[in-house]
Design a binder for this molecule. Sequence first.
Ligand SMILES: NC(=O)c1ccc[n+]([C@@H]2O[C@H](COP(=O)([O-])OP(=O)(O)OC[C@H]3O[C@@H](n4cnc5c(N)ncnc54)[C@H](O)[C@@H]3O)[C@@H](O)[C@H]2O)c1
Length: 432
Amino acid sequence: MNDIKVESPSGKLGVMIVGLGGAVSSTFITGTLASRKGLTQPIGSITQLSTLKIGKGDNKREPMLKDVVPLANLNDLVFGGWDIFEENVYLAAKHAEVLKDKDIDLVKEELEAIKPLKGAFDNKFVTRLHGTWTKDCATKWDMVESIRQDIRDFKSENKLDRVVVLWSASTEIYVPMTETHFSLESLEKAMKENSAEIAPSMCYAYAAIAEGVPFINGAPGLTIDMPAIWELADKNKVAICGKDYKTGQTFMKTVLAPALKTRMLGLNGWFSTNILGNRDGEVLDDPDSFKTKEVSKLSVIDTILQPEKHPELYGNIFHKVRINYYPPRKDNKEGWDNIDIFGWMGYPMQIKVDFLCRDSILAAPLCLDLVLFTDLSQRCGLYGIQDWLSFYFKSPMHKLDEQPEHDIFAQDAKMRNTLRRIIGEPVCDYID
Ligand SMILES: NC(=O)c1ccc[n+]([C@@H]2O[C@H](COP(=O)([O-])OP(=O)(O)OC[C@H]3O[C@@H](n4cnc5c(N)ncnc54)[C@H](O)[C@@H]3O)[C@@H](O)[C@H]2O)c1
């Protein structure tokens, strides 16, 4: 029996992206538009390419996931959003230098028509950028009001049925959680008083949720990861999820750490370093922005290995993460991992990983899946933190008294079982 009622995905879905002109956003939009015209394959997207095992006994089958889960159709997506630079998404994609001109030109006219609204920005939170296309707001509360109006206008101008907001803008400086972020009342008060504890990303999040629009956080900031925003999401029955797309090095970490744990092999140390030359790398070169990313990246290993249960294997791990800004590499990041492990009678071994990846190529399909799945959550009435989408995040959000799940295989199983529940199929118990 299905305990979840799903509204139909009919009508248009607005995808409003904060950081519309960024490398990830422009790559995501270009690939989605080209995919829906049949000009490329949406490689890396679970919603578009994966199957889902359903049924039991003689009724077991494995259809395409999108054929059985009621997701919005790619043809119904309408893109828009905000940036602090004025260029349209065609020019942004060219400048990002992720995709070749021949691939961007496949959907040139559509990309040119997608132009950013003025961004809500405060240079104190992203010190390396000096935006020229920004809102003129006296307080953070004014930012909220202006963003809310943008969402309403976008919805009516494009005759949309639903909207999802995705934060894919630059990583803001580290903002520690304080009393301000603990209740909706104190958050609203701080916004009205233009407090330094309110980052622009929080204004976007507040505005979206106040409008009944789901919010996804692709960056590592505090943004929606606080009780005040959870309170608002519960009050307005809005789905939220985050944070920080799990793309390259952390993806590998959440594959390898469960493998070590499954075999009961020990770990002494894990050193991860990257070189990266895109605008994201430049922003992360600022120690305060890097701190936000570091906190997000470091949380992974402990929760997978459970040192408290296995002190002899994981009780003394040295874990270090570095990101180095190196312009010649642009978006083509190289991530090295040196992993010091030990086996039978304590004998040491090493694993070396050298991942020559492409940041935005890995992130784009995650954006597509997150938009479609978060819209699904909203149509199912699943509100608050969507922990079934932990699969997509480096630092999955969770309530203060809960533990996050980092193991990618456990995350995958949870996601698929949630989808089975949504479509009224029995969850997979791994027995038959
Ligand atoms: N690419 C990946 O693999 C990956 C993985 C995890 C997380 N992320 C995060 O995703 C985000 C986007 O990455 P990217 O490579 O596209 O970066 P990017 O620098 O190319 O794009 C960020 C965009 O955000 C805009 N921006 C900054 N502040 C804004 C504001 N307040 N309002 C509106 N626009 C604003 C910038 O002008 C820029 O166009 C970053 O926070 C990054 O850390 C990326």
